[in-house]
Every structure is written in C-alpha cells, then in structure tokens.
Design a protein around this ligand. Structure first.
Ligand SMILES: *Cc1c(COP(=O)(O)O)cnc(C)c1O
Length: 365
C-alpha cells in the first residue's frame, strides 16, 4: 500500500492546497516570520492582521480586475449562510419573485432558504433528468423585473459547469462560485454579487469571500441582525467580530501563489483546462468502461464525476485507488460513484497518475 499524499488528494472539499502554501502555513503555526508569533495567537485587532485583510482584498481585486464600485468581504457561515443572506437582503417584503436556476444538489439547497424570505421562481430545473446537463439559452426565459437571478457556476456534486454567463445584464446577477472561484477569469464586473467559501479552491474552511457591488446595498431592510447585514461588514473592513484569522491568512498565501507562482487567472485556467482534457480524454477513450455523468458541453473542469459498469466495480476501483495512494475519489454521498476533484492545487502530474491508474485498473478487468 502506498501512503496517501496531499499531491494526490482528489477530495471534493475541503480540497488540497498547494505544497508551497502548506509549508508556509506550517511555519506560520509556529511563528509568522514578520511577527515572531504563531498565526493562531495574533490579535485580530493588530496592525499585522489589518494588513493581511487589506492584501487579500487587493489580491482578489487584482486577480478579478474589480473596479472601485465593489466591496470584497471576508465572512463566516460558509456558502450556506449566503443562501440566506442574499434573499434576506434582496427578497424580503418583495412582491416580484427572484429567478433561480436549479441545476444540481447545491442550487437545490439554496431554494428553500430563499422561499423563507419571499417569492421564488424556478426558471429551469434539471431535477427530472437527474442533473446530467445544464439548460441551453433557448430554455431560459428570465423575468425582466426579478429582484435578482441566482445560480451556481459549478455544481460540485454532479460536475456541471457553466461555460457562459446566463441571465440578463439589467437584472442583478448573483452567483455561488464556491467550487470554481479563482480557477479561471470570470468577468466579475457582470455580477452584482459573487460568493465563494474558501475550502474548495482557495483555502481552508472557515472563511467565505463575497464580492458585492455597492449599488446592491443601497436600500436593504433596516431590521437585519447586524451580523447578517453586508453593510456591517463593509463598515468594519471584515473585522466586525473575531474573524477566522488563520483561514484568512491561508487564503492570503493562496492568492500570493496564484499571482507569483501560477501567473494569474488566465494561466490558472490554461492549467485547469489541460488537466480536465486529460481526464475526460481517459473517460472518452475507455470504450464505455468509465462513464462520465454529464453532457459533454457542460462538463466541469473542477469536478469529474463518473461511474464504472457496475456498483461493485465502483467499489473495487475506490479500494484499489486508495491502496495506490490516491485519496478523496468517492462520489458525494448524494449520488455515489466516483468524483475526481481537480481544483487549482492539483497538478497535471497528479492527473497523469490518476489516468495511469485508471488505464491499469481497466486492463486488469
Ligand atoms: C460545498 C458547496 C456549498 C456548501 O458550502 P458550505 O461552506 O459547507 O456552506 C455550497 N455551494 C457550493 C457550490 C458548494 O460546492
């Protein structure tokens, strides 16, 4: 048996982080070089932490090319809290329904939270077809007077990713990018609000990045709890109560890595495309032994979900993969099967190892 390694961790989330980030994190747990204290014991009111928050924000602004009309916030509560915060802010008391796309497991989790706050119209649902494809533009009839459109750019469980931006430019577009944030350029300017927790692509669990246009926060309900009001966090520079200092520090290291080592989001996207092409090529070239779950046009570059001819073979595949040192390949508990998550930190070499294992496994059947 080969021991598991971070380099071959295909976990759906929390996901693998770059080797150089892990080494710096290890060092920072003992002592942050420029401070001399452990990152776990530095005050969130220190000048050092204010500089960390400012640099994370600046790095995300630079990577996404954001203008001065938007705020970058570092919040808690995960993507799940955004399922509520968005409709609390924008749907409460409204007569017009918000438009929602129901494209998979996670967008399905956003729906009931929105319905608690106001009327919701599901523009399209893939549920009856088992979430195996995304809608075409001809199937999407958006409402011009919806308070907003909500959708998920990458359905992490099923492995479906939008390779275009749906919706009308005159209706606020809100997107959960938790599992593909900073994996490619995203035309951030066309979104009124983007949210993404860190633990799939850009850090450990505990912090959620929100990029929100100032215009969206003009006439929010006055009676929101302070903690659940975006304006509170804008005013406090993401330091309203004790933030997750450690998680935010690791996100800082990841954004530095993206800029200095990877070379920005175009370069990251090229690497991610090459990894996905290799893996999907292995599925397509297997004479139907490895069966992709999703329509070819909507394949995710982040989560590659597939099945073998029988559940028993799925089980054997996972067992032998584990013995070969490959981790995290079990599909989400909602659908089973195999899922290889190839987030930013997974290298092309790791995907080559997986593809080599897949060829070998198939040959031995
Ligand atoms: C994992 C995931 C979530 C859930 O995030 P939490 O941080 O656990 O609340 C929501 N949306 C997407 C797209 C996800 O991949």
């Amino acid at each position: 048996m080969i021991a598991p390694s971070n380099a071959l961790n295909f976990s759906g989330g929390p996901g693998a982080l770059p080797e150089s980030v892990l080494r710096q994190t290890q060092q920072a747990i003992i002592s942050v070089p420029e401070v001399g204290l452990s990152v776990l014991g530095i005050s969130h009111r220190s000048d050092w932490f204010a500089a960390v928050v400012a640099e994370v924000e600046a790095n995300i602004r630079r990577l996404l090319g954001l203008g001065t009309d938007s705020h970058v916030l570092l919040l808690q509560g995960g993507a799940t809290q955004q399922f509520s915060m968005v409709p609390m802010t924008l749907l409460r008391g409204k007569a017009q329904a918000a438009d929602y796309l129901h494209t998979g497991y996670w967008s399905g989790k956003a729906l009931p939270e929105a319905r608690r706050e106001g009327p919701v119209r599901v523009v399209w649902s893939g549920e009856a077809e088992g979430f195996r494809r995304l809608p075409g533009d001809d199937e999407l009839h958006f409402s011009p007077d919806a308070p907003y459109l909500h959708y998920i750019s990458n359905e992490t469980v099923e492995g479906l990713q939008f390779h275009r931006i749906p919706g009308r430019d005159d209706v606020p577009r809100i997107c959960d990018m938790s599992s593909d944030f900073l994996s490619r350029p995203c035309e951030a300017d066309r979104f009124a609000l983007i949210y993404a927790h860190a633990q799939k692509n850009i850090g450990p669990a505990g912090v959620t990045v929100v990029v929100v246009k100032d215009q969206l926060l003009q006439d929010n309900p006055a009676d929101l709890p302070g903690f659940l009001d975006y304006r509170t966090h804008v005013a406090a520079h993401s330091n309203f109560n004790t933030p997750p200092v450690f998680a935010i520090y690791v996100v800082l290291l990841v954004t530095r890595w993206l800029q200095a080592e990877v070379g920005g989001l175009e370069a990251m996207a090229a690497i991610n495309r090459a990894k996905a092409a290799l893996l999907y090529g292995a599925l397509d070239g297997s004479d139907g032994f490895y069966r992709g779950r999703t329509a070819v046009a909507d394949r995710s570059l982040m989560n590659v979900a597939f099945n073998l001819p029988t559940p028993e073979l799925d089980r054997q595949f996972l067992e032998e993969a584990r013995l070969a040192g490959l981790s995290g390949l079990g599909g989400h508990r909602a659908i089973g099967g195999i899922r290889a998550s190839i987030y930013n930190a997974l290298t092309l070499q790791a995907v080559e190892r997986l593809v080599g294992f897949m060829a070998d496994f198939r040959q031995r059947r």
